[in-house]
Design a protein around this ligand. Structure first.
Ligand code: TK8
Length: 349
């Protein structure tokens, strides 16, 4: 009898805990409505650093529409832009803790979790956007995504950021010598720092959300990002010169919290996976379209846009070859060889 009582008490306490967890997690977006059944609802909060004009946000809108429709409303996707939920590193940490569900950083800050991602920061690696997307969608790209699981992240897909170009407010840059002494904001990434030091510039790593103000106030002279970002984040208001250096192609990586993922039923995991790929294809299409249109847009907005001849570009490549050498060893020479061979193979198809 005593045992029975104890059991009842334990059961009561347990059900109370279940109820409390259910309530407290409701606004934070975890599964709602108690245990079990088809009717459980899930909320995905997806946050990014860029604004709502950027192709990345358009991609998230496609993801939201797909996932909400194909889950018959069992998943709700809420979108946050302009670092409303924090910067890339903070949002990745929130995913690892399970307090946010989705984010889409550039690959560069992911190197703090797995340094193999540094391959994407090696200068002048991918000859075309097509080779880059074939590479990331192929086995080596997948292997990198799979490696994130042990760090509490599920890599859903690679989206496109595009080739990165230099802007600054001091002078037109055509040669490595023109970089001398320029204060350049970089992403928080060792390879980028080394690259700009090799060019004689003065690199300053900084979260993306602080960049506009830093340029406006002259804390930095310049930065580097793809054309859609330069245009849509209104950099022509605070920057005079763009040089189409195309020095790095660093993709976006669509990430989900592993804690959240593990709590999703298999059929909804499939919806999320498919949605990530459907959105990826549309996001890449929009990104390439914007890149073409907005290069002219930068001129119309008053910037001097400088294209480099192949020889001029080679001068940048040669001036920074020490960066490739240095990080070849840091990342792992054998792994870098494998990556280079795969890129070579894809380029010659
Ligand atoms: C946005 C960043 C951005 C990246 C950067 O959060 O930091 O310059 O290119 O797009 O991920």
């Amino acid at each position: 009898m005593k045992k029975m009582k104890k059991l009842v008490v334990v059961m009561l306490v347990l059900s109370l805990i279940v109820a409390m967890v259910g309530c407290s997690s409701a606004p934070s977006g975890d599964s709602q409505g108690g245990a079990g059944g088809d009717q459980e609802k899930y909320v995905i909060r997806a946050g990014i650093g860029l604004n709502d004009q950027h192709p990345q946000f358009k991609g998230l809108e496609v993801f939201k529409e797909y996932v909400e429709r194909e889950s018959n409303g069992r998943i709700e996707v809420q979108l946050f832009h302009s670092s409303q939920l924090g910067d890339d590193i903070q949002m990745m940490e929130a995913l690892q803790l399970g307090s946010q569900e989705v984010t889409c950083p550039s690959s560069a800050p992911i190197t703090s979790i797995d340094k193999r991602f540094m391959i994407f920061d090696l200068p002048f690696l991918f000859p075309t956007e097509e080779v880059a997307s074939d590479f990331v969608d192929g086995p080596l790209g997948q292997e990198l995504l799979d490696g994130l699981e042990e760090h509490g992240l599920v890599g859903l897909a690679y989206w496109e950021n595009g080739y990165r170009h230099l802007t600054n407010n001091v002078r037109e840059v055509q040669t490595p010598a023109d970089m001398n002494g320029l204060k350049i904001r970089t992403m928080e990434n060792q390879v980028h720092l080394d690259f700009f030091r090799a060019l004689g510039a003065n690199p300053t790593p900084m979260p993306f959300g602080e960049l506009f103000t830093a340029m406006q106030q002259g804390v930095v002279d310049g930065q580097e990002n793809p054309v859609p970002t330069i245009y849509l984040q209104n950099y022509p208001e605070v920057q005079k010169y763009t040089t189409l250096t195309g020095h790095v192609y660093s993709p976006f990586v669509l990430l989900m919290s592993k804690i959240f993922w593990d709590g999703l039923p298999a059929d909804l995991q499939e919806v999320v996976e498919d949605g990530a790929l459907v959105a990826r294809d549309e996001q890449r299409r929009i990104s390439r379209e914007y890149t073409e249109e907005l290069t002219e847009g930068l001129r119309e907005a008053g910037m001097t846009v400088t294209e480099l001849t192949p020889e001029q570009q080679r001068a940048f490549q040669e001036a920074t070859s020490s960066t490739v050498e240095k990080f070849r060893n840091e990342i792992g020479a054998e792994y870098v060889e494998e990556v280079l061979a795969e890129i070579e193979r894809l380029s010659n198809r």
